[in-house]
Write a protein that binds this ligand. Structure first.
Ligand SMILES: Nc1ncnc2c1ncn2[C@@H]1O[C@H](COP(=O)(O)OP(=O)(O)OP(=O)(O)O)[C@@H](O)[C@H]1O
Length: 702
């Protein structure tokens, strides 16, 4: 099946979702809707693709039936012989005698019975032989055929595969990888082994395994009360049960009208989906791009295109060195470069060659990692803050037709007379300016250049997107000290390539993302350019998909240069080449005092005490449950598992912070139990003492 079909299969679950307009629908639409959703209508009648699949399955079933019949007969024969053996040996009587240690007493009885059963066997066989010979003489060969046929069917029925059918289980069952495509029972066993369903529970197959792209796809319904989200979370256990590497297994929820909270779509790739050579960016084939369209970013494991929306959001890229951060940030830049109506600010603190070509198109450009560069960045940010304020003032003056909300629109961004183009600022290795300790005095307040840059960036990420400012920050050090939590909380899209551990991954992707099954420290070092993308808003994978593993397109320097040259030519043609690229090296005109005042007032309001770990993780984990009316009690075991912490150290640290555990009753699958845990009211009280509750609610961007 080709790639386009794969995408449409996924979108099927996404788009049928009715908005407000879906309320008043005509009856044919409602009938169509019912048809798609009804469990009574066979899946094969719901779509052309499924019908074709059903026909193919039918043909395969017919072709395979002789082989399956012979298999069933052989199994039936084995079952029959085993049964006869245990009968003739009087196995049940013998076992009972053995158990009650009376085997010696009963030995004579058993022997007599065995002898008798042998005789019965001999007599029956002789009788059957005589009957067959006589019938054969009377009616000819036909009897043998009919007898053989009846016996074969009988044995096949006895040997058919069914739950609990007798037979030995192979200890080494060979590669399980593809068996499940033929035998759904293997899939059920895998879900059981992965503890995603109970021993007595089963799965409902929504769609049989079908070939999609370079792998197999199957959709199943979990039993009632089991959640698809848990299947996603425990993908690794499932991959182990199916005997594949976890990068080969994609588990997704099916949402919308044809999905529900317990419906899971699985896709198992034949081989490492990121093992093949990377693809080049499709932007190379286009003359120009529209910044308002999501930028082609990469492909997921199933080779579905993943696009990244940039306008109205901001992006944080984090990873350990040499994993492809700069390459990823450049992909985002490439889309904007090919739109002549965007203005670019590029600050390359990596000070390498990677960004060089952008100097030809950027309104402001610098490369270097000295203090002077950090101060220059601060100036740019001050300039942008004034610009954002000026834009809001200008938007207020515009009539409702041009500017319906206090937000930039595509038409406004392209109107040269308004002069409010989409403006993107790219800062590579943003940890360098953020950690800079050059002293600054802003409005009589002494602070470092790093702190001020952090405040300005936070202000821009918060206020800028609606005014057309796009922030793209890449960092090698995604720790909480380097990127202030206030700043992280307002960066909408995140892309985490490989990092050192799950904490760093959560810092880039958002609190608790590891417990939801997204941990970029699990990515392989050899998989360069592969990362977890948590986009802001709708992507091609659908608005409901929390995050996707993406392999970015490969855009080496030569392609990057081509795109920058093309971007320059477009700007020259449109008359939008400005600033650095146009040879104007003037320093920005700055109203530092006014900017310090607006940023300072926001910064003061948002300056909140940090919640220490592990309390911060507990708070993030509890989320809304922390509010009054949420949960009253949370077991320690649950927290320890969810946060992946060492229990003793966790208990000690929580104690130091003022949270003492208590015992309470909880209802589990095995009945009511008394367990240790924390009262949520106590956690709330501890936070309030440190007056940090509000702070963390802002910070909890997960
Ligand atoms: N999508 C991709 N496919 C294949 N290889 C890639 C991809 N993206 C990046 N790479 C490779 O990864 C290498 C490192 O990329 P990049 O320079 O972007 O890393 P970085 O994370 O920015 O490193 P540093 O932290 O040192 O700045 C590149 O040389 C490139 O060859």
């Amino acid at each position: 099946m080709n790639g386009r079909e794969v995408v449409s299969a996924v979108l099927e679950g996404e788009f049928v979702n009715g908005g407000p307009s879906a309320r008043r629908r005509s009856w044919p639409q409602r009938l169509a809707d019912w048809w798609v959703r009804s469990p009574r209508v066979p899946a094969a009648l719901k779509s052309r693709r499924l019908a074709v699949q059903a026909v193919k399955d039918g043909v395969v079933a017919v072709l395979r039936s002789p082989v399956r019949f012979v298999g069933a007969v052989v199994r039936g024969l084995v079952v029959a012989v085993r049964w006869w053996r245990s009968w003739v040996r009087v196995a049940d009587y013998r076992a009972a005698a053995e158990q009650s240690e009376k085997l010696a007493d009963k030995f004579t009885d058993i022997r007599a019975l065995t002898l008798f059963r042998w005789k019965v066997t001999g007599a029956v066989l002789s009788l059957m032989a005589v009957v067959v010979v006589v019938l054969d003489l009377l009616y000819g060969n036909r009897v043998l055929w009919i007898g053989g046929g009846v016996l074969g069917v009988g044995l096949a029925v006895l040997g058919r595969r069914k739950d609990g059918s007798p037979g030995r289980k192979a200890v080494l069952s060979g590669p399980r990888t593809l068996t499940w495509t033929m035998d759904p029972q293997v899939l059920v066993d895998a879900f059981r082994d992965a503890k995603l369903i109970g021993k007595d529970e089963s799965l409902r197959l929504v769609e049989r395994a079908t070939r999609q792209g370079d792998g197999w796809a199957v959709t199943v319904d979990l039993p009632a009360t089991r959640k698809a989200a848990d299947a996603i979370k425990n993908r690794e256990a499932l991959a182990s049960a199916l005997a594949v590497d976890e990068v080969q297994l994609i588990v997704e929820r099916v949402r919308g009208n044809s999905g529900h909270a317990g419906r899971v779509a699985l896709w198992v790739s034949d081989e490492d989906p990121y093992g093949s050579p990377p693809q080049r960016t499709p932007l190379l084939d286009v003359e120009r791009w529209d910044a308002w369209r999501p930028v082609p970013f990469g492909r997921d494991a199933r080779q579905r295109r993943v696009d990244l929306p940039l306008v109205w959001t901001s992006l944080l890229v984090g990873a350990i060195p040499r994993q492809g951060k700069t390459f990823a940030a450049r992909l985002a830049a490439a889309g904007l470069i090919l739109d002549p109506h965007t203005r670019l600010y590029v600050a390359d603190f990596k000070a390498g060659k990677d960004w060089h070509a952008a100097a030809r198109v950027a309104h402001r450009f610098m490369t270097g990692d000295e203090s002077e560069h950090v101060l220059a960045l601060v100036d740019w940010l001050v300039e942008l803050v004034s610009e954002v304020q000026a834009r809001y003032r200008r938007m207020q003056e515009l009539d409702d037709l041009v500017c319906p909300e206090s937000k930039i629109t595509p038409a406004m961004s392209r109107d040269l007379s308004l002069d409010i183009p989409i403006t993107a600022i790219f800062v590579d290795e943003v940890q360098i300016p953020l950690e800079d300790r050059t002293p600054l005095e802003v409005q009589d307040k002494k602070l470092t250049a790093g702190e001020y840059a952090g405040e300005l960036l936070t202000w821009l990420a918060r206020k800028g997107p609606a005014a057309g400012i796009v922030l793209v920050l890449a960092t090698q050090r995604p720790d909480s000290k380097t990127i202030p939590s206030n700043l992280r909380a307002v960066l909408g899209s995140r892309f985490a390539l490989r990092v050192m551990d799950w904490r760093d991954s959560n810092i880039v992707l958002g609190e608790q993302m590891n417990t939801r099954g997204y941990d970029s420290s699990r990515l392989l070092a050899t998989h360069k350019g592969v990362g977890i993308l948590r986009p802001d808003g709708e992507t091609t994978a659908g608005a409901d998909v929390l995050a996707t593993t993406v392999r970015t397109y490969y855009m080496p320097n030569e392609d990057w240069r081509t795109i920058c040259t093309r971007g320059r030519a477009l700007r020259e043609a449109e008359g939008t080449l400005t600033g650095h690229a146009a040879g104007q090296h003037d320093r920005p005109m700055l109203d530092r005092v006014a900017v310090a005042r607006v940023v300072g007032s926001v910064a003061e309001r948002t300056e909140e005490p940090e919640v220490p770990e592990p309390l911060a993780s507990v708070v993030a984990y509890l989320g809304d449950d922390l509010e009054p009316g949420g949960r009253e009690f949370v077991p320690t075991a649950e927290l320890v598992t969810a946060l992946e912490v060492e229990p003793t150290a966790f208990g000690l640290r929580m104690g130091e912070l003022g949270c003492r555990p208590t015992r309470d009753r909880i209802t589990t699958e095995d009945g009511v139990k008394q367990v240790r845990g924390y009262l949520v009211a106590d956690i709330r009280a501890t936070l309030r003492e440190g007056s940090v509750l509000d702070a963390e609610v802002v910070e909890d961007d997960g």
